[in-house]
Design a binder for this molecule. Structure first.
Ligand code: KIV
Ligand code: ZN
Length: 389
């Protein structure tokens, strides 16, 4: 593991598939996994093999057919689950077990009905069982962000002693504030026995809309793996979207400093559309990076700025994320400058200033009636005015 590199662990096919209403078939999962490899993802969590025969088949097929990334399977801390992951990943180029158990008081008491000592013993025994079956092991303390920190460090210490080299800190219920989460990551780095043999991973849910802020704060505090999904799919409000974390790191490399990110950002739009088509989950138009409005400008003031210098209102280029181009949307807030420019792009080069002014007045009246004015509307307006003048 390189110290200054941020590793990306994609869980679109596992946590992402836990999005209510989403159920992917094996060939669709393989198609997405291949898209993730093109994106440059380091680890693909292909599923939860013990969950169903379908999940087992999907993980096994991905392990056999998808090369170029580590393939990972999820397991609860029991031998049957771990064995299923081992069988599903037998043909993987590189395999990772992701084993988890809840560590917060509320989960231990009401869900697991286990004491701290029993949880510690379980972590010890399951890692003993998993030893030698995988290329690497990741351990997660479920609901880690609401876990007593000293107990979490103790559990992580046991996991490291048992052979885990990736310690994941899930903010399972999206409860964290960025500075608070960063403080926890620093504490874990300072108080976990053997932590220098492992890397810290974070897994942020978006219940308060803070998944990206929390992931970035954790990176600043020393986390080196980020778990994410395409389009921010996932349980409830979803997981952090990979596109948001990566573009924040890339766009603000002046702020984050010398961090290596091996992701081909030009693939974002393509992989986002693929996942949206196969899952049926539509990306909201105003979603950062991948929404259809992410590079659209409607107001006249913005359009004028954009036409003079795109950096006035765009902090990254549409090309950098594989989007087609900046979209100057004509609507009632558009200015004469953008309108004139648009006429020219439609082939109307020879109008006098007076004619453009006249058309612009008519365009504004039309824009007041319609939410968005399309090219066909403008062509009709021009043709109508040429013939009826
Ligand atoms: O959110 C969560 O805690 C999880 C774990 C299985 C890592 O998805
Ligand atoms: Zn999760």
């Amino acid at each position: 593991m390189e110290q200054n590199r941020i590793y990306f662990f994609d869980t679109t096919l596992r946590d992402g598939e836990q999005t209510p209403g989403v159920a992917l078939q094996t060939p669709e999962k393989v198609e997405i996994a291949k898209g993730l490899v093109r994106l440059g993802i380091d680890v693909i969590e292909a599923g939860f093999p013990a969950a169903s025969p379908g999940d087992f088949e999907a993980v096994q097929t991905i392990a056999r057919e998808v090369k170029g990334a580590t393939i990972c399977g999820l397991a609860r801390a029991n031998e049957k689950d771990v064995q299923k992951v081992a069988e599903a990943l037998a043909d993987a180029e590189r395999s990772r077990l992701h084993v988890f158990i809840a560590t917060s008081e509320i989960h231990m008491k009401y869900k697991l009905k286990m004491t701290r000592e029993e949880v510690l013993a379980k972590v010890r025994s399951i890692l003993e069982f998993a030893k030698g079956k995988f290329d690497e092991i990741e351990f997660s303390g479920e609901d880690a962000s609401r876990t007593d920190l000293d107990f979490l460090c103790e559990v992580f210490g046991v996991a490291i002693a048992g052979g885990a080299t990736i310690l994941n800190v899930p903010d399972t219920v999206g409860y964290m504030m960025p500075r608070e989460f960063a403080d926890k990551i620093r504490y874990i780095r300072e108080h976990t026995p053997g932590i220098d043999k492992a890397i810290i991973s974070v897994h942020c849910h978006d219940d308060l809309g803070l998944a990206n802020a929390n992931s970035l704060a954790a990176i600043e505090a020393g986390a080196r793996q980020v778990e994410c999904t395409v389009n921010g799919l996932g349980e409830r409000a979803g997981n952090v979207g990979i596109e948001e974390v990566v573009m924040a790191l890339k766009t603000r490399h002046d702020y984050f400093g010398d961090l290596q990110v091996h992701i081909d950002t030009k693939q974002f739009t393509k992989v986002s559309k693929l996942v949206s088509r196969l899952t049926g989950v539509v990306v909201p138009p105003n979603k950062a990076i991948i929404g259809s409005n992410a590079f659209a400008h409607e107001s006249g003031i913005h359009q004028h700025g954009m036409l003079n210098n795109p950096e006035t209102y765009e902090i990254m280029t549409p090309e950098s994320v594989g989007a087609e181009k900046t979209n100057i949307v004509l609507g009632k807030h558009s200015g004469r400058h953008a309108f004139d420019d648009h006429l020219k792009s439609l082939g109307f080069h020879t109008f006098t200033e007076e004619k453009i002014n006249d058309l612009f007045v008519k365009f504004k009246a039309l824009a007041d009636r319609k939410k968005q004015v399309y090219d066909d509307d403008i062509i009709a307006l021009v043709v109508d005015n040429i013939h009826h003048k």
